[in-house]
Design a binder for this molecule. Structure first.
Ligand SMILES: NC(=O)CC[C@H](N)C(=O)O
Length: 353
């Protein structure tokens, strides 16, 4: 067994089996998802993080690229109790270090007690505890990645021709299934870079401005925040995850880093109007603390954090969780119907003028 080492803030060094060689560093987080590993591993929201799967066996239904949320593996390294050969080969080809035969219960317990922590990894024939510690020393906290959008965003507009409604999607690290969920419902989507200017948006002449999910601290997405400032009231605005956080900050709200975040596929969310609880997929380490000009319409059942923000007057609709949620649960897919309906209000207003 080729050994691999995990050095965690506070001096802990864990040993496991190397499944993909290399060294890496990143903030150590965990997901409780028991399915959807292809989607999680290609979700750009995981950039600069080391992803621990708490479910004990990862890879039991293979790896198929049609499930990918982006073109490549996004976490800097992967930890699990057991990874199948399919996943180990995929991560080896991707150059993303991975290790298993690790007591992930210990890792998760540590993270739940101490919060997300910096971490260094060394795996493969040349690995040593010192190499893992060196990685740890160079590791930055998520909020210190001040231009993380540049690592995950398109650099030029990308147009997806679809139906009648025009949506400008600001790509702060967008999952592919957000684009396909909008196209499936009759929208045309123009994906714009994370640092798009108001003029870039005007050029698209959209019916709705959509802010995507993405990695890191929403406070580091100034350009996207400025777009919300500029267009609120004139264009309907929607957002998912980082998108919700950026919209809230732009409209007088605030965000903060959570202790260890929400990552999994069975996070319960209560809609305050209908009192209905839905199961949701989540992946975030920051949360909205004050909603500013928006109303909190949905909350997390476990910790009451805001899961949905809305303003009828301003035409704003956001979700902290991932309604597109491949492979599921799909309880909240109707969010995208609501977004399209909101986009339709622009056309109605334009006809009335
Ligand atoms: N999935 C996301 O968009 C994550 C949002 C943000 N980076 C957070 O961790 O809270």
């Amino acid at each position: 067994m080729t050994e691999a080492y995990v050095a965690i803030e506070g001096g802990i060094v864990l040993t496991g089996r190397s499944r993909a060689p290399g060294t890496a560093r990143g903030e150590l987080v965990f997901t409780t998802a028991y399915t959807g590993y292809e989607e999680s591993l290609t979700d750009p929201s995981y950039a600069q993080q080391i992803l621990t799967f708490s479910y004990p066996l990862i890879g039991n239904y293979g790896v198929r690229d049609e499930r990918f949320e982006s073109s490549h593996v996004q976490p800097t390294a992967v930890l699990a109790r057991e990874l199948t050969d399919d996943v180990a080969e995929w991560l080896t080809e991707a150059g993303v270090p991975a290790l298993d035969r690790l007591d992930t219960r210990d890792v998760v317990t540590e993270l739940r007690e101490e919060g997300a922590m910096k971490c260094g990894i060394a795996a493969g024939p040349d690995a040593s505890p010192e190499a893992a510690r060196e990685q740890l020393e160079q590791c930055k906290g998520m909020s210190e990645h001040v231009d993380i959008g540049a690592d995950v965003s398109v650099t030029e507009p990308v147009r997806h021709e679809g139906g009648e409604y025009e949506i400008a999607l600001i790509d702060c690290g967008a999952k592919g299934s957000i684009v396909s969920s909008l196209l499936d419902r009759g929208a045309s989507v123009t994906v714009l870079p994370y640092d798009a200017t108001p003029d870039d948006v005007r050029e698209v002449d959209p019916d709705l401005l959509f802010l995507s999910n993405g990695p890191g601290d929403p406070a580091n997405f100034d350009a996207a925040q400025e777009l919300v400032d500029t267009f609120v009231g004139d264009l309907p605005i929607a957002g998912i995850c980082l998108g919700q956080q950026v919209v809230a900050r732009a409209l007088g709200g605030s965000t903060e880093k959570m202790a260890f975040g929400h990552r999994g596929v069975n996070q319960p969310v209560r809609d305050l109007d209908s009192d209905r609880v839905v199961m949701t997929t989540q992946n975030h380490g920051y949360a909205v603390t004050e909603p500013g000009e928006l109303d909190v319409t949905q909350i997390n059942v476990n910790d009451d954090t805001p899961e949905g923000l809305e303003s009828d007057d301003l035409g704003v609709l956001t979700r902290q969780y991932h309604p597109e949620a491949n492979p599921g649960p799909h309880d909240s897919l109707d969010f995208f119907d609501d977004v399209l309906e909101l986009a339709g209000t622009t056309r109605v207003a334009a006809t009335a003028d």
